[in-house]
Design a protein around this ligand. Structure first.
Ligand code: ADP
Ligand code: MG
Length: 584
């Protein structure tokens, strides 16, 4: 077939497909236009998942009467005056194709009035052509109504599952627009039912309350940091409020909701060690970068951005979130568990996010516990490296050991209540941070084997070993090739000297061959060594060993959770004990 240029109507429909994937994208584009127009209130109403109709009304600057038709022409925009502007976009829109695309896919009516105009202009378009224009009365601002979306594009309709699913996407779109614009009053009504209302009072927490639920929003911690390369602020849920999927993190770059893998990883990274495996953070994070350092013109829906200094963005976000969530990981309060009306493990209200289970017996996935109880390796406090100290006022540094229960928990008295330490998790946490410091200082405590231990490795494990030998050496685990698939273990970390080295290596390589990145591998290896080297549940500890464990925990900056995210210490306050006995 010969090449020919497509007729404008066909070309317009193809282009519309890129911008307008589904009803939620229409809502997004129209609300973004309202925001660009400086609206202080935006009302959205939809019917039948937006397929029957979508109406977006704002009180923004309006479109001048003589530009009403022009607004619907492809590549017509008031937001770019010259090509240079493309390098510093401060508005949400800039391509001038949303209205044209929507008009190509639906029947559209716009009523608009600038504040100083006498009357409003109403125009109607069908298939992209203006079919009606009248002067009418209306308040300043713009209202756009989209009817019978995609009825002329059956191929697109086929991909739309159900009106209910589209309504929920529209809701998600509005939630993220509401989070990004706490100063704008927003409402969403679907089929006459109110789905979302925000006050527009400027408070992010109030907007989060509307979008995520009041209970979660109240529990979230403030993120605010101007210390890193870029300013970062927002809200982050405390570690005990997490999700089982990666859907909990909303990212905004210069006020625009975006998906960005690296920044999402930075948020997850900030929670490292605080969440159990398979749990993901909930956070609303704003990152501000100079317009010249972000390219927003890389995705048809403007859903992704490219950052010129991605690693600066990463570290800004990671540090900001980390400093917000770390102080919030205090010793877990067990009072709730003792309360008469809440049995142990009573669920905390809050739907998808669950509270941290205070007792968690199952070994975390990915790490197999060996149940042999060897002699206690190294219960002595960390005298090796300077560790960040808790301030002297920390109750953890003043624990008096009372004994051991169930052969697994150390009971102690502190100035403000009774403390229970999970001896395995607690010891594991101490060893884990000790290993990380040794690695960072390049001073592994290593114990040469009296007799090198020969091991044979599968090809997959050999690959894993080849890729991570340096990481292992950073922890004092040295191996040498011994021909073919044989290797010799030459040295092990001092803390693991009484551990079955073959088993330890086996687990480490197993975990490494499951494809962690270099950074992830570094933490995973430390977690494995710490897990194998720490005391088991069921081991009887002497008073000295228990005291050493408590001291070692007290000297760590963040000892409250083990590397798998399980709690190491819980506290039952004196008040709570008193309440149990009817004293307060
Ligand atoms: P873009 O937003 O990329 O400029 P659009 O097709 O979405 O392109 O809109 C075209 C133009 O129409 C905008 O540049 C703006 O001038 C005008 N416009 C659209 N919606 C509104 C609105 N709600 N209020 C005021 N002006 C609007
Ligand atoms: Mg636009």
């Amino acid at each position: 077939m010969p090449i020919r240029v497509l007729p404008p109507a066909t070309a317009a429909r193809i282009a519309a497909g890129e911008v307008i994937e589904r009803p939620a994208s229409v809502v997004k584009e129209l609300v973004e236009n309202a925001l660009d127009a400086g609206a202080s209130a935006v009302a959205v109403e939809t019917r039948h998942g937006g397929l029957a109709s979508i109406r977006v009304t704002d009180d923004g600057c309006g479109v001048p009467a003589e530009e009403a038709e022009l607004a619907f022409r492809r590549h017509s925009t008031s937001k770019l005056q010259s090509e240079d502007d493309l390098a510093r976009i401060a508005t949400l829109g800039f391509r001038g194709e949303a209205l044209a695309s929507i008009a190509a896919a639906a029947t559209v009516r716009m009523t608009t009035r600038t504040p100083d105009a006498e009357s409003a202009t109403a125009i109607e378009l069908q298939g992209g052509e203006v079919v009606r224009r009248v002067e009418t009365g209306a308040a300043p601002g713009t209202s756009i109504e989209v009817e019978a979306l995609f009825s002329s594009i059956p191929a697109r309709l086929k991909f739309i599952r159900s009106a209910a699913a589209e309504t929920s996407r529209i809701r998600q779109t509005m939630e993220s627009l509401a989070l990004a614009n706490p100063h704008v009053r927003m409402t969403l009504k679907a089929d006459g039912k109110t789905q979302l209302t925000t006050s527009g009072n400027g408070s992010l927490r109030d907007a989060a309350s509307a979008a995520l639920g009041a209970e979660l929003a109240d529990a979230m911690l403030d993120v605010a940091s101007w210390a890193g390369p870029y300013p970062v602020w927002g809200l982050a849920a405390p570690p005990e409020r997490s999700r089982s999927s990666r859907t909990g993190v909303s990212l905004f770059v210069n006020g625009r909701s975006v998906q960005h893998r690296a920044i999402a990883v930075a948020v997850e990274d900030a929670y490292r060690g605080l969440l159990m495996e398979g749990r993901f953070p909930i956070a609303v994070i704003f990152l501000d970068v100079p317009p010249g350092e972000v390219d927003v013109n890389v995705h048809p829906n403007k859903r992704e951005v490219r950052l010129a200094r991605e690693s600066d963005a990463f570290s800004s976000v990671q540090q900001a979130v980390r400093s917000a969530v770390f102080p919030a990981a205090p010793v877990l309060d067990a009072d709730r568990l003792l309360a008469p009306d809440a049995g142990a493990g009573a669920p905390i209200p809050g739907g998808a996010e669950n509270a941290f289970p205070a007792s968690e017996d199952a070994p975390p996935g990915g790490f197999r516990f060996t149940r042999d109880s060897g002699p206690l390796p190294e219960p002595a406090p960390a005298a090796d490296a300077p560790s960040p100290q808790l301030d002297g006022a920390s109750p953890l540094s003043r624990l008096r050991i009372l004994g051991q229960v169930s052969g697994a928990y150390v009971v102690a008295e502190g100035p403000d209540g009774m403390y229970l330490i999970d001896q395995h998790a607690g010891h594991e946490s101490v060893l884990y941070y000790r290993l990380l410091r040794q690695w960072a200082n390049r001073e592994p405590e290593t114990q040469p084997m009296l007799e090198p231990l020969p091991v044979r490795l599968s090809p997959r494990r050999m690959d894993a070993l080849a890729a991570s030998r340096e990481t292992l050496e950073g922890y004092g685990l040295r191996l040498e090739p011994f021909g073919g698939d044989s290797w010799l273990v030459r040295a092990v970390p001092v803390m693991a000297r009484r551990v079955d080295a073959a088993k330890l290596l086996d687990e480490i390589l197993d975990c490494l061959s499951s494809g962690a990145d270099a950074d992830g591998a570094r933490y995973a290896v430390a977690a494995s060594i710490a897990c194998h080297s720490s005391v088991r549940a069921g081991q009887t500890l002497t008073d000295q060993e228990m005291a050493a464990l408590a001291d070692a925990l007290a000297s760590e900056a963040n000892p409250q959770r083990c590397p798998h995210g399980r709690p190491t210490i819980v506290r039952v306050s004196n008040e709570s004990i008193g309440r149990q006995f009817g004293r307060t």
